[in-house]
Write a protein that binds this ligand. Structure first.
Ligand code: DC
Length: 233
């Protein structure tokens, strides 16, 4: 049930818990969850399938324009469709993670996905997570949260997730990959990862998802002017 017109922006680095927190928060509020990282990932998957170099902006945009990307909300979280194929698992493969920051660095690619992201959030009642939601995509979001956690904790979470999916990965490799992605995301010229001036920072190190969701719900009720963001769904 969609009860409000408000948008909640959740940003932060890889492994800070954005997607899990955003999904449960959206469920609690009856809002739509939009995981914008999934958009960059699905495009990266298609770039790889087509043998296009992720560093070539013009080719990446051509792939983006030709691909039909759909985000379908469901009880287990969002499903991501690429030309009708469910690629929700494929976009989480380590090879996609390795290349996605390269795809996400191009201004042309970001402009293209910006339009798509704003269309997805146009009706409000949205929890959107990513890197530049509070700063670029939804600068007028009623509530902005910036999640962080130590690189070590983020690597441990990611390693657990990958091992559950059957990947043989070492802690050291995952930590290196997290750090590399942090650098690329934070240092790129266009829409780098940074907290909006009016974002509320939450360090999730040592906290479980439910505790973080409760904290955000607390901020939501504490902030005035959120009449549309009904919580009694
Ligand atoms: O949240 P994630 O790990 O699924 O994101 C994948 C990549 O996409 C991440 O390395 C940076 C990029 N990204 C971005 O640049 N802007 C966003 N709003 C979301 C993700």
């Amino acid at each position: 049930m969609q009860t409000g017109k408000c948008s909640i922006a959740i940003d932060g680095p890889a492994g800070a818990g954005k997607s899990s927190v955003a999904r449960i928060l959206a469920e609690r509020l009856g809002f739509l969850h939009i995981d914008t990282g999934a958009l960059y990932r699905v495009l990266t998957l298609q770039v790889m399938r087509e043998g296009v170099k992720p560093t070539e902006a013009v080719d990446v945009v051509r792939v983006a324009k030709a691909a039909k990307i759909q985000i379908v909300p469901g009880p287990q979280g969002i499903k991501v469709l690429l030309d009708g194929e469910d690629v929700s698992d494929a976009i989480r493969e380590p090879a996609v993670s390795e290349n996605v920051s390269l795809v996400a660095q191009h201004a042309e690619v970001r402009d293209y996905l910006l339009v798509l992201q704003r269309q997805l959030a146009a009706d409000g009642g949205t929890v959107m997570d990513g890197r530049d939601i509070g700063t670029v995509v939804l600068p007028d979001a009623e509530l902005k949260i910036f999640l962080t956690a130590s690189a070590e904790e983020r690597a441990r979470r990611r390693m657990k997730e990958l091992r559950t999916q059957g990947h043989k990965v070492t802690y050291k490799d995952v930590l290196l990959s997290i750090r590399a992605r942090d650098n690329l995301d934070a240092e790129r010229l266009v829409a780098p990862l940074r907290a909006a001036a009016d974002a509320i920072p939450i360090d999730t190190t040592g906290k479980d998802v439910d505790a973080v969701v409760e904290e955000i719900l607390g901020y939501l009720s504490a902030v005035g002017g959120l009449e549309g963001c009904s919580m009694d769904s």
